[in-house]
Design a protein around this ligand. Structure first.
Ligand SMILES: *Cc1c(COP(=O)(O)O)cnc(C)c1O
Length: 395
């Protein structure tokens, strides 16, 4: 047999981590990597954080899973905490980001169904978006690399240009359920939407009773310097998907909604065997214990500013490679003049982990707990790598 034991859907790199220590990963043969990828914006407390580790250990020894047949004191407590911290009135827990987006899509459709408007089933979505790999979430994008070979896709999505309010408004018709977007696009290349775009979408949703659905799976949970990115836009969604950082590495997500938006999500309409189990709730609580306070958020903003300005100072020295830095908080992207994927590979060989993204961007997604020394190590390492880098011949 030629097929690999792991279904060969990933071009896996030679990095084979077996242990983590704070902002570092250690490979099978003891190699050390500075981890400015954080498992793709997941490990926001770094690796082996004592509070998260202890919470998971204690809960694992107490109660791991019971199913949603029973009452959930653990789920109620974390849901209430998220409600107190956000726009939301109610929460559905999932095991992943795509499932959180799925629940958000179902909630938006059910809202209109519950009002007797089942024809309002189409969500307007945006170019270069990424919402996950399930059938609904790939149907919500226009990207051939996600969709090829999986037809027939789901109906009910209209894709228009990101950050183009006129295009979004022009796409609204009698079948529109609402808008689904990442306020800061992640996989698409660290692109924050403009304030006027987000405000304009909110306004038309209010006027036409449409659902504004945010996918904050990547940009949420303190990554941008506020618990959720929407806070910085001064615009609240009706429905929001969160995941990645929320479990600090434990697989979990959530769909948050206002009471109004969740009007159709009554008994029997949705479910998940694992979703919200006690172990996941303990991980979520531990993450919020650390991040959900003003001091932590201020430190993410300050660290983000320092990293960004260090990168901005370095860029002119290597302007054959780097164009600019963009993003918010510690969700940063370096727009490159050469292939970002090839450079990410080169950096990795030199012991620094980052993530490539669309639009020829290299994502810089460190744990949110990094210190000055990590910034210096990263920027010095990046600068030295850039000096030595020979741009590969075009393929
Ligand atoms: C990663 C991501 C998802 C999908 O999350 P999974 O946990 O991989 O299912 C959805 N939306 C956004 C914005 C993401 O970055």
């Amino acid at each position: 047999m030629a097929i690999t034991p792991l279904m060969p859907v990933y071009p896996r790199s030679p990095v084979r981590p077996v242990r983590g220590e704070g902002a570092y990963l250690i490979g099978e043969n003891g190699e050390r990597y500075l981890d400015f990828a954080s498992g793709i914006a997941v490990n926001l407390l770094g690796h082996g954080h004592p509070h998260l580790t202890k919470a998971i250990q204690e809960q694992a020894a107490t109660l791991i899973h019971v199913s949603n047949l029973y009452g959930s004191p653990q789920g109620e407590a974390l849901a209430q905490r998220l409600i107190d911290l956000t726009f939301a009135d109610t929460v559905f827990f999932t095991n992943s980001g795509a499932e959180a987006v799925e629940c958000a899509i179902k909630t938006a459709r059910r809202y209109h169904h519950a009002k007797g408007n089942a024809h309002k089933h189409t969500l307007i979505t945006f170019t270069n978006a990424f919402h996950g790999r399930t059938m609904a979430t790939i149907s919500a994008t226009d990207q051939p690399k996600l969709r090829d070979g999986f037809a027939p896709l789901l109906e009910g999505f209209t894709v228009v240009e990101f950050d183009n309010l006129d295009a979004a408004l022009a796409a609204v018709d009698d079948n529109t359920a609402g808008f689904l977007l990442e306020p800061v696009q992640g996989e698409g290349g660290i692109k924050p939407a403009s304030q006027s775009f987000i405000k304009g979408l909110r306004q038309v949703c209010d006027e036409k009773d449409l659902m504004l659905v945010f996918d904050e799976v990547q940009c949420g949970v303190a990554r941008t310097g506020t618990l959720y990115a929407y806070e910085q836009y001064g615009v609240e969604p009706d429905i929001m998907a969160t995941a990645k950082g929320i479990g600090g590495g434990f697989p979990m997500g959530a769909c948050l909604a206002t009471e109004k938006a969740a009007a159709g999500m009554v008994i029997g309409t949705h479910g998940s065997t694992y979703g919200g189990n006690p172990l996941a709730m303990a991980a979520g609580q531990a993450v919020l214990d650390v991040v959900a306070n003003d001091e932590f958020m201020a430190s993410v903003r300050a660290t983000g500013e320092r990293l960004r300005s260090a990168l901005e100072q370095m860029i002119p020295n290597h302007d054959q490679l780097f164009e600019s830095v963009r993003g918010m908080g510690l969700m940063l992207g370096i727009k490159m003049k050469t292939d970002s994927r090839a450079f990410v590979t080169y950096l990795r060989e030199r012991g620094i982990l980052t993530v490539a993204a669309g639009d020829n961007v290299m994502r810089v997604l460190p744990p949110l707990v990094i210190e000055e020394s990590h910034i210096r190590e990263f920027v010095d390492g990046l600068s030295a790598a850039a000096a030595d880098y020979e741009v590969p011949a075009a393929a």
